[in-house]
Design a protein around this ligand. Structure first.
Ligand SMILES: [Ca+2]
Ligand SMILES: [Ca+2]
Ligand SMILES: [Ca+2]
Ligand SMILES: [Ca+2]
Length: 402
């Protein structure tokens, strides 16, 4: 293993770990209010060009991390009371200009697909492009995962997938925590980061993925679009002993995510719920800038790298920026150099290592030593890997790596 180049970076990392250790994931259960609302808890957001056809952009996010394969059937239904929303910014400010909303009807029975209503909405316009699509059922008893059901809308050219998949995020949380403890105890032991065990391996999550013609999303900012995701619930829920809950009122934000690790790591714990309710316009207005800069300064991040990180996630809002003029190619959703995170985010991009590299002033070059997902991603839409399924009798389960 390569050593950390600079002792100051080790110190910076120690502070970073002290601040972030119990919560360091992508966005899984990052704030008090979403940790007990799995249906709304966004885990990761992706935006990348289809490597098979760069005229299409893939937008995806997942919720409900850590579904065990034996419960795919019981835990795989999408919440009909949640609105799942992609926010698209295309004028170069922090204010989204287009939205793709997804709502599901209630599951009729376990194992039955749900109907999704997908709508592309332009701010200031009453015109909505919409269609219906099914989800992919992922049976808890199947020997192999079902083939993803992709619905393509002829009118818009938008393709849609929703269903249970392998959780695409990869990271060693305990290794990181142990290393943190060693640093805080005054005896930094980088070998504790050499476990290379992916905390997310063997678990599933619920993914919503769209393939959208780039031409439908671009605006006055030219080839660059910003992408984030929000989950929302109705303002009011009326509960009674005699009927199912009744929802009314406008949708209100529950969780949001753009750039990985921003809320999880850089926003102080007491403000995480507030961050999830706030908007990307609030970000650009500086609502959390002091908190984020304060955390980074405490981490030992220098002004140059604070500037880089602020440019990615604060100045123009917490949005993944994707330049659709940068060609994406290769296997598993694309893997050519220079085309991935922080230019959008592809499934294979090791975003944790990239963020750690920047936070430590480019000191930590080996990241967490988990360098890829536990299973191979698909080479075509929806790109995310098939859900893990229960294993045959007699199989030694070393799939989960806690
Ligand atoms: Ca979350
Ligand atoms: Ca805008
Ligand atoms: Ca995985
Ligand atoms: Ca890594």
């Amino acid at each position: 293993m390569k050593p950390i180049k600079n002792p100051l970076s080790t110190l910076a990392l120690a502070v970073a770990l002290a601040l972030s250790t119990p919560l360091f994931a992508a966005d899984h259960a990052e704030a008090p209010l979403v940790e007990s609302d799995a249906a709304s808890d966004i885990a990761d957001v992706y935006a990348f060009l289809d490597p098979n056809d760069n005229s299409k952009v893939i937008l995806a996010f997942d919720v409900h991390g850590f579904i065990v394969p034996g419960e795919n059937g019981n835990l795989g239904g999408f919440d009909p009371n949640v609105r799942y929303q992609f926010n698209i910014e295309n004028t170069g400010d922090a204010d989204p200009d287009k939205f793709i909303t997804v709502n599901f009807n209630e599951q009729a029975s376990r194992g039955k697909s749900q109907r999704a209503t997908v709508q592309l909405v332009t701010k200031g316009s009453t015109n909505k492009l919409g269609f219906y699509a099914p989800t992919t059922v992922s049976s808890a008893t199947a020997a192999t995962a079902p083939t993803p059901a992709v619905k393509t809308d002829a009118a818009t050219g938008i393709a849609f997938f929703a269903g249970v998949v392998d959780d695409p995020f990869f990271f060693d949380i305990p290794g990181f925590n142990r290393f943190a403890a060693s640093v805080l105890g005054g005896a930094p032991d980088i070998s504790l980061l050499s476990r290379g065990r992916d905390t997310f391996a063997g678990y599933n999550s619920q993914m919503i993925a769209l393939s959208v013609p780039v031409s439908l999303l671009k605006g006055s900012a030219g080839s660059v679009i910003g992408v984030s995701a929000t989950t929302l619930r109705s303002t009011h829920t009326l509960r009674s002993a005699s009927a199912d809950p009744v929802n009314s009122g406008a949708y209100q934000p529950i969780d949001r995510m753009g750039v990985p690790t921003i809320n999880t790591v850089l926003v102080p714990f007491p403000r995480k719920n507030e961050y999830n309710r706030a908007s990307t316009v609030d970000d650009a207005a500086g609502m959390f800038a002091g908190d984020i800069v304060g955390t980074l300064t405490a981490l030992g991040t220098d002004n140059t790298h604070i500037g880089i990180l602020a440019g990615v996630a604060v100045t123009h809002g917490d949005l993944l920026r994707l330049d659709t003029a940068v060609a994406n190619s290769g296997k598993q959703g694309g893997n050519n150099a220079g085309a991935g995170f922080p230019n959008g985010r592809r499934p294979v991009d090791d975003v944790i290592d990239t963020v750690l590299f920047l936070v430590t002033n480019e000191g930590l070059t080996t990241g967490d030593n988990v360098n890829a997902n536990d299973v191979t991603f698909r080479d075509k839409f929806p790109f995310f890997a098939a859900s893990h399924q229960p294993l045959p009798t007699g199989t030694l389960d070393d799939n989960t790596r806690n």
